[in-house]
Design a protein around this ligand. Structure first.
Ligand SMILES: [Fe+2]
Length: 212
């Protein structure tokens, strides 16, 4: 495990790769799934939003459209974690969170840790694709004793840190870090799109499991 800081950041996709992915995500709009005021491609294993999607359909579609990116991701993760990785067949491929098109004033914070029905340590990976302004990023908290209920609608607190996102970068953190999307505003026609996935590392297993 080589996460040096709290959040590891690395240049991952070229701007040409990013544009090509965004074009495909927008083209696939008819098969987006919807959750309150944002969209997902497809629903993932998130508590509260998981739905019984046709996993076979979505994985085939995602593989057809994003195969090169998935290969790049798997190769990177194996090198980064120095561990063999298998892509979960019972979960979705890495998927997308899509906010927009604006105008949108997204003012909801939800401090949480990333935990799923997988055993072992969870590592979270996010690749922002469209970052139209400096508010696009992640809020996170290092003080585990903080009363999170008091933070529900606040980004302005001395214990809340902010990681700005840059398009094409890959951000990596341990799922147990407390975090939330940072509230943001989109102007007319703008999107906030991220590509996300996780890896579960079980101490007794040789292979890490990669899933949405
Ligand atoms: Fe999360």
């Amino acid at each position: 495990m080589k996460i040096k800081g709290v959040i590891e950041k690395t240049n991952f996709l070229s701007s040409a790769e990013v544009s090509s992915i965004i074009d495909k995500v927008l083209f696939l709009e008819p098969v987006w799934n919807h959750y309150s005021c944002f969209h997902v491609l497809p629903y993932g294993p998130y508590p509260g939003i998981y739905k019984n999607i046709d996993l076979k359909f979505y994985n085939k579609l995602l593989d057809e459209n994003f195969r090169e990116t998935y290969t790049k991701i798997k190769n990177f993760v194996e090198k980064f974690l120095n561990q063999k990785i298998v892509v979960s067949e019972t979960d979705s491929r890495p998927g997308f969170h899509i906010f927009g098109p604006g105008p949108l004033d997204y003012n909801y914070v939800n401090y949480h840790i990333d935990s799923f029905d997988k055993h072992g340590k969870i590592i979270t990976f996010i690749i922002p694709l469209t970052c139209p302004n400096k508010l696009i990023g992640l809020n996170y908290i290092l003080d585990k004793n903080l009363d999170l209920t008091k933070l529900k609608n606040s980004s302005n607190h001395k214990d809340i840190f902010f990681q700005e996102y840059k398009s094409g970068n890959l951000y990596i953190w341990e799922g147990k870090m407390i975090h939330s999307i940072c509230p943001f505003i989109l102007n007319k026609g703008e999107y906030r799109i991220t590509l996300q996935f996780h890896v579960a590392l079980h101490p007794m297993k040789k292979e890490g499991i990669l899933f949405y």
